[in-house]
Design a protein around this ligand. Structure first.
Ligand code: OSB
Ligand code: MG
Length: 367
């Protein structure tokens, strides 16, 4: 395969309600899509970088820049291109994993489309549906939180994740437990605590949570191992797991009883698959995280989550959790599950009419 052209597309998508985490409050998204044409087929990738570098160092404008100036020129020079060699070709560029992941995803989509194979088939997915969890943002009040959780449970979500931060943790978890009883429940701090907060975080031990996600800083792997000895809630890493190597170190140090796999954060779906394999071999539980993806990323995440090592529900909500109008055919829950796409490619493609309404910028960048 050879890349013939690459288009960078930006879409503006309002969120159905503000999504507040310990690092930001988002009300709308500015999403970068990568559209490739090859001598075989076309493909789409989604960049999960957020507008601002608060979740991780990447941000959407930076991702577009590094794609245009460094990543796409490198990949365009390759004449025998395969999805499996994209990471190696891009390796001289340090970091920028979300930008690399988007480009690899687009090439993988083109490759699978040309081969007539679905992403689930390519991965060796062992399930036709995957259980859906939902991530619930920080709210202004406990009654508002309880209303939101009640709504998601009524829609069929099989697991609730509460975003927490200092001042919005024990009380929120306690209120949800009291009202909804023994539901599968977990929390995500997005690095908002320090090891000195261990005595406070230990108070969450009473609530039988599935896990606490990324309580400490991205680079605090050893401190997560220390924290894990001080609390009984299983520690799950998100931000810290930027590669299979980081995952191997975290597992060896006892810093992660559970790992949240996000393809964008680790440089692509192929690296995500390697982390899955590593965790499975080491008896580490994994689940598929989300980054407020459009239907493109959502489709691919569902296929990934159909691998056998994914033994906890993912942040794989329906399109309408975040968007009134998705850019693909909407993903909907069926009995709390998502159906693994079986069409060739990554599992979804943008609908031209909707794209026309939401696109803010599109530009072919190969010379
Ligand atoms: O930490 O999991 C996270 C969204 C943006 C950035 C980081 C995170 C999240 C979520 C939403 O929790 C997950 C989703 O897409 O459903
Ligand atoms: Mg997280």
């Amino acid at each position: 395969m050879k890349l013939t052209d690459v288009e960078l597309v930006r879409v503006a998508m309002p969120l159905v309600s503000p999504f507040r985490t310990s690092f930001s409050t988002q009300t709308a998204r500015d999403i970068l899509l990568v559209h490739v044409t090859t001598d075989d087929a076309e493909g789409w990738g989604e960049c999960v970088a957020l507008s601002e570098p608060y979740y991780s160092p990447e941000y959407v404008g930076g991702a577009a820049d590094v794609l245009e100036r460094f990543l796409v020129p490198r990949l365009s020079a390759v004449t025998d291109l395969t999805a499996e060699t994209v990471a190696e070709v891009l390796a001289p560029v340090r970091g920028h994993r979300m930008a690399k992941a988007a480009l690899e995803m687009a090439v993988l989509d083109a490759q699978l489309t040309a081969a007539g194979a679905s992403l689930g088939q390519y991965f060796g997915a062992t399930r036709a549906t995957v259980p859906a969890g939902v991530s619930v943002g920080i709210m202004d009040s406990i009654p508002e939180l309880l209303d939101a959780v009640a709504g998601y449970l009524a829609e069929g979500y099989l697991r609730i994740k509460l975003k927490i931060e200092p001042g919005w943790d024990v009380e929120a978890v306690s209120a949800v437990r009291e009202r909804f009883g023994d539901i599968p429940l977990q929390v995500d701090a997005n690095t908002a605590y320090t090891l000195a907060d261990a005595p406070h975080l230990r108070r969450l031990d009473d609530f039988d949570l599935l896990l606490i996600e990324q309580p400490l800083g991205e680079e605090d792997i050893r401190q997560h191992a220390e924290l894990a000895k001080l609390i009984s809630t299983p520690v799950c890493l998100d931000e810290s797991i930027v590669s299979a190597e980081a995952a191997a170190d975290a597992i060896a140090l006892g810093a992660a009883q559970v790992i949240n796999i996000k393809p964008g954060r680790v440089g692509g779906y192929l690296e995500a698959r390697r982390i899955h394999d590593l965790c499975r071999a080491n008896g580490i539980a994994v689940w598929c995280g989300g980054m407020l993806e459009t239907g493109l990323g959502r489709a691919a995440n569902i296929a990934l989550a159909a691998l056998p090592g994914f033994n906890l529900p993912g942040d794989i909500s329906a399109s309408d959790r975040f968007y009134a109008t998705d850019i693909t055919a909407p993903f909907v829950l069926v009995d709390g599950h998502q159906v693994v796409p079986t069409v060739p490619g990554i599992g979804a493609s943008p609908l031209p009419d909707i794209m026309d309404e939401l696109v803010t910028e599109r530009r072919w960048i190969t010379s």
